[in-house]
Write a protein that binds this ligand. Structure first.
Ligand SMILES: CC(C)(COP(=O)(O)OP(=O)(O)OC[C@H]1O[C@@H](n2cnc3c(N)ncnc32)[C@H](O)[C@@H]1OP(=O)(O)O)[C@@H](O)C(=O)NCCC(=O)NCCS
Length: 191
């Protein structure tokens, strides 16, 4: 069952989605990585990366396709990794440029964060970006993220030095933004 938002759903990757990962990876604006990677990824490399993933009941990481509900178009990808049970995870996303500014990113992000806090019971969600990615920083601040650590001049990108940034969103901050939801994490064996 996909994770359903208002505008988007987060669903499993399918074979026909793989070219989108090549596109996102090979475009310097969307590759969503602080240090520039060579834009030479092939479909076969991407296929092996995702298809080599074995079935598992572990919940350490996940990669979703962001699909627009109305049109079923693939708008991008969203992932999390490094889950420490009921504690933390790293979150990542990349949206295709034609969907920037359409509300798709916000809707998919809300859906992902709800899953991470309300279903997995995490206390903190972190993400990594860099100060030159002003659009991303603005987007994450609007979701409630704050800069947790900044390493000045740690990254060379786009012809200049920029800061490596870790942003985080704490559980209580996320619930404060969603007063309709109750945080039931409390003491699991309280009588
Ligand atoms: C980051 C990303 C997910 C945001 O999605 P989006 O659809 O572009 O975001 P939105 O349009 O909803 O919001 C962007 C906001 O940043 C603002 N913004 C854009 N450029 C900006 C800039 N240079 N400086 C400050 N704010 C900026 C926009 O005005 C907008 O704010 P508004 O809604 O108040 O007008 C998307 O751009 C993306 O996938 N980028 C490439 C990958 C990436 O950066 N991933 C995350 C970090 S690793």
């Amino acid at each position: 069952m996909a994770l359903e938002g208002e505008l988007t759903r987060l669903r499993e990757i399918r074979e026909e989605d793989l070219p989108v990962f090549v596109e996102l990876r090979n475009d310097l604006e969307t590759q969503a990585w602080s240090r520039t990677l060579p834009p030479d990824y092939t479909l076969e490399m991407i296929r092996r990366r995702y298809w080599d993933r074995d079935f598992s009941y572990h919940r350490n990481d996940a990669i979703f396709i962001v699909e627009v509900k109305e049109s079923c178009e693939v708008a991008g990808m969203m992932s999390y990794s490094g889950v420490v049970d009921r504690f933390e995870a790293d979150w990542g996303l990349a949206i295709r440029k034609e969907f920037w500014g359409t509300g798709v990113s916000r809707d998919a992000s809300d859906t992902m964060l709800r899953f991470l806090f309300h279903e997995l019971g995490l206390r903190v969600v972190r993400l990594w970006t860099q100060s030159g990615n002003e659009r991303a920083v603005a987007t994450f601040e609007k979701l409630g993220f704050k800069v947790a650590t900044r390493t000045p001049g740690a990254i060379f990108k786009g012809g200049r030095w920029v800061d490596n940034i870790c942003m985080d969103l704490l559980r209580e901050e996320w619930y404060a933004l969603h007063p309709d939801l109750e945080d039931g994490l409390g003491d699991p064996i309280a009588r």
